[in-house]
Ligand binder design. Structure first.
Ligand code: GCO
Length: 464
């Protein structure tokens, strides 16, 4: 009898240890010994494209969209939506200063400038397209081309025109048609000057921040709706891809989506709950979209919601490249609280950037390996550091590029690397506090100055 109970009690323990061991083996937290690495030994293939990236709302100024509206508001506790109540306002005044900024881009020695077109400026009212706005982007492309820099356009980088937001934006599948119509218009007007197109920037960030954490517009906390929005963004990508590819010039262009990956690691690798939460988050925000591009099956599932699933095998053919954005990893600690069953917490010995995450170059290496499973060429469409003191920028650049170079040596098909970002800008809910710019911007007079630490990027580019 005692023996029987002994085995019954032992069984769950046995299952739990199996779960821990399998996770340990399957999801190692890669850590390199940097004391034994010479990160100056880099290897990039011929034709590798170096670039720098921005997004419209963060730099252009004077946008009237879902974000400018969000910037006006407060949370229920009275705290402003944006750090210190800041507003994007004229931002880095890039709309007016683009010519001068293109000279700055040229000084970096890059081949590519990735930027986004502001939907709310191009289509301020539903169905009314602004000639002036599209002309502006034509001029930007012309100025880039004559400086020998290739424009890469992002069609959607977090912002929506107010009319689209008021229709429910990507919460409704029937609204995708507005985005495809806008994309077709922009493609028609700019395809002669632009070869590479990114459809949607970071669907998982748009979804998690806007519909799960509630810190981006529309500020909702609704996992079920988050699943629907994510699904609609992925559908929107495929529809835009197919539409642009069927354009008379479509075949000549490369079209991809930009996927952000933040690997989620458990705070305590011997705590099954930390594992459970970090794996759930990782599946939903990282792996779900990758699997979808590999198999055509999409699944969004979190405790307390009805799974969102759909299947669309045509998606497998709807990528000419995959854009990868990576900055670091997240460390997840489970907690017993009904409103929030986890929090992010790092170890004391992790070297932090100004954003609340550490320097962890192994994250980009791990992310590249995961994205490689899609079997498409990869472009690192964003990677960079917020470093107001300009002390860790060179180290960040060195080590992350070492990690990219190592992945290439091991066979990853990476075509380019675009640094985030050209100059200081409006960092969404963080306002102007985060200094990601290669160029420092003095927001009192819009003066741009190259940061000492940024010279490192220029030096590396000049060698390849
Ligand atoms: C994002 C966006 C960028 C950010 C950058 C730094 O990842 O949220 O693509 O607009 O500014 O990532 O946080």
């Amino acid at each position: 009898m005692i023996k029987k109970w002994f085995y019954i009690l032992l069984f769950p323990l046995f299952l739990l240890s199996g779960y821990l061991i399998i996770n340990h083996i399957k999801y190692p937290e890669v850590r390199w010994n940097w004391d034994q690495i010479d990160e100056t030994v880099l290897d990039f293939p011929k034709g590798f494209q170096w670039g720098v990236a921005t997004s419209a709302h963060q730099v252009e100024g004077n946008s009237i969209n879902n974000w400018s509206r969000w910037e006006e508001g407060n949370f229920q506790d009275g705290l402003p939506h944006i750090h210190e109540g800041e507003k994007s306002g004229i931002a880095s005044d890039h709309w007016k200063r683009f010519k001068e900024d293109i000279l700055l881009i040229k000084e970096l020695g890059v081949d590519v400038y990735r930027f986004s077109v502001e939907w709310s400026k191009i289509e301020p009212e539903e169905g009314l397209f602004s000639k002036k706005a599209i002309q502006h982007y034509q001029e930007v492309c012309d100025a880039l081309l004559s400086a020998g820099i290739k424009p890469v356009i992002t069609l959607h980088h977090f912002t929506n025109p107010l009319w689209f937001e008021d229709l429910g934006a990507f919460e409704k599948e029937e609204n995708i048609k507005y985005f495809t119509r806008f994309s077709e218009f922009v493609f028609e007007e700019l395809n002669a000057k632009v070869e590479k197109w990114c459809t949607i920037n970071e669907p998982a960030v748009y979804t998690s921040q806007g519909y799960f954490n509630g810190v981006f517009p529309p500020g909702k906390k609704d996992p079920q709706l988050a699943g629907v929005v994510m699904k609609n963004l992925l559908l929107a990508h495929t529809r835009v891809y197919n539409l642009l590819k069927s354009h008379r010039n479509g075949k000549k262009h490369q079209i991809g989506i930009v996927k952000n990956i933040f690997p989620f690691d458990p705070f305590n690798r011997w705590n099954p709950l930390d594992w459970f939460v970090s794996r759930t988050l990782d599946e939903v925000f990282n792996q779900g979209a990758l699997d979808y591009f590999i198999t055509g099956n999409f699944e969004f599932n979190m405790p307390g919601m009805n799974k969102v699933v759909f299947n669309d095998p045509s998606v497998i053919k709807s990528l000419d490249f995959i854009g990868l954005n990576n900055y670091s990893h997240q460390r997840v600690k489970s907690q017993f609280s009904l409103n929030n069953f986890f929090r992010f917490q790092f170890y004391d010995d992790e070297e932090m950037t100004d954003m609340p995450y550490p320097i962890y170059p192994e994250a980009i290496y791990r992310s590249i390996k995961r994205v490689s499973a899609i079997g498409k060429p990869i472009i690192i469409t964003e990677n960079g550091v917020a470093d107001k003191s300009d002390t860790i920028r060179p180290k960040y650049i060195d080590r992350y590029l070492f990690a990219v170079s190592k992945a290439i040596d091991e066979g990853a098909n990476i075509k380019g690397y675009y640094y985030w970002t050209l100059m200081d800008n409006f960092e969404w809910s963080e306002g102007y506090a985060m200094k990601f710019g290669l160029y420092e911007v003095d927001f009192k007079n819009q003066k741009r100055t190259l940061r000492e630490g940024s010279k490192h990027y220029i030096d590396i580019i000049s060698k390849f």
